[in-house]
Ligand binder design. Structure first.
Ligand code: SF4
Length: 78
């Protein structure tokens, strides 16, 4: 699947290893998060990852742990 919003992503052409750090350590995610912070499709990317329950990588400026937290909070308020 390759959603059309990806064409506008700030990570196009950047080594994907940046978005798949070797640990869940927040420090390892900083470089990817800095790119996501200026990405014009950050919200769409995050919602995409949440909807697919993406388990790995940085999506929409969030780590896996942060996405789990968002999903928990949404379940509580639903
Ligand atoms: S939010 Fe981050 S991971 Fe998502 S498309 Fe933008 S730069 Fe790439």
């Amino acid at each position: 699947m390759n959603p059309t919003w990806r064409k506008r992503s700030a990570c196009t052409g950047i080594d994907s290893d940046v978005f798949y750090p070797s640990s869940e350590d927040d420090a390892d995610a900083e470089e990817a998060k800095a790119i996501c912070a200026v990405c014009p499709v950050q919200t769409m990317c995050l919602e995409h990852a949440l909807s697919l329950r993406e388990r790995e990588g940085i999506w929409g400026g969030t780590t896996e742990r942060e996405r789990r937290r968002i999903l928990r909070q949404r379940r509580k308020t639903a």
